[in-house]
Design a protein around this ligand. Structure first.
Ligand code: ATP
Ligand code: MG
Length: 313
């Protein structure tokens, strides 16, 4: 039977993103607990139907590294996507559910970061080789954990039309964006790999990696682009929780998205091992992340190549 709104009972709010919110719901007829993502879209009826057709690819996905989908439906003016509920939430920011009820802030042990890397790469290989899609939005909040210890990807880019129609957000303006994407080149599977590299450093350090603390004169300090000059949607984005996190970390009063993008393009890539964070991190781990963060996409390894490299310690 197709999913319908009237069969779903709200249980709790799981989180709010840029494009919508996610609710924990029960599908009453089956008793299955699901995560319902509600996306406000700005599109004509024909486009809405096209989005639903595109979302069908999610339904066809079957991988231990991909959150499974129960289906999607229109609930004007929203599109609702019902997916597997992951009871330990995401790897977002500095909070990580250790298994107790407490959210533990701070760095994640490197052995777990390595497992996350393997699962994400498994998911990327599956999406790319079996389904012919790129993820396009690898970041901690789109990597989910359950109490069986499974790590799975959600929110991958199956629907180009959905991406075009998400109401007034900056889809694609992500702080995890690769240098070539910032410069306007086509998205490739290597762009997903860059975002994975940034994500792994964030998990291992417990904070977002782009920082001015270990450099002399960073362009992040110049303040040449003020948020007042940005388009309103971008400045809205710049004041979101993610941007706040960057400015807190760098100790710069306010850091705009444009300044960060300038930094990503102009400066050397971030590294796992830094002068302030090196204990318990091996050169193997550092090399692995370095292979994700080659600024030249030709030199950067693809997901299958990365799975073939060793990272044992
Ligand atoms: P953005 O909108 O920029 O992509 P986001 O990924 O944080 O940001 P959402 O995709 O709306 O925003 O997700 C919000 C939060 O909901 C996530 O951080 C995660 O904690 C939770 N969440 C999403 N999907 C699930 C799921 N299937 N199971 C459990 N929790 C989920
Ligand atoms: Mg998400």
């Amino acid at each position: 039977d197709p999913l319908q709104e009237s069969d779903l009972k709200d249980l709790a709010e799981l989180g709010m993103g840029n494009g919508g919110s996610v609710m924990k719901v029960e599908h009453v007829p089956s008793g299955i607990v699901m995560a319902k993502k509600i996306v406000l879209i700005d599109a004509k009826p024909t486009i809405r139907k096209q989005i639903l057709r595109e979302l069908h690819i999610m339904h066809a996905c079957s991988s231990p590294y991909i959150v499974s989908s129960f289906g999607a439906f229109l609930s004007e003016p929203n599109i609702c996507i019902c997916m597997e509920f992951m009871d330990r939430g995401s790897f977002e920011a500095n909070t990580w559910d250790s298994g107790d009820t407490e959210q533990v802030p701070g760095p994640i042990p490197i052995g777990i970061v390595r497992q996350v890397a393997r699962c994400v790469l498994g998911g990327l290989v599956y999406l790319y080789e079996d389904m012919g899609v790129l993820h396009r939005d690898i970041k901690p909040s789109n990597i989910l954990l359950n109490s069986e210890g499974q790590v799975k990807l959600c929110d991958f880019g199956v629907s180009g039309e959905l991406e075009n129609s998400v109401a007034k957000t900056f889809v694609g303006t992500s702080v995890y964006m690769s240098p070539e994407r910032i410069l306007g080149s086509d998205y490739t599977v290597k762009s997903d790999v860059w975002s994975l590299g940034v994500t792994l450093i964030e998990l291992a350090h417990g904070c977002f990696p782009f920082s001015d603390t270990d450099e002399g004169e960073s362009p992040l300090k110049s303040g040449s682009v003020s948020s007042a000059t940005l388009p309103s949607a971008l400045s809205k984005r710049a004041s979101s929780r993610k941007s706040r996190r960057i400015s807190v970390h760098t100790g710069v009063g306010s850091l705009s998205i444009l300044e960060l993008m300038h930094h990503i393009v102009q400066e050397p890539p971030p590294t796992l091992i830094t002068p302030s964070v090196q204990h318990s991190l091996t050169t193997e781990a550092d090399e692995f992340v370095g292979n994700c963060l080659k600024k030249d996409p030709v030199a950067r390894l693809n997901p299958r190549e990365l799975l073939g490299t060793s990272w044992d310690g």
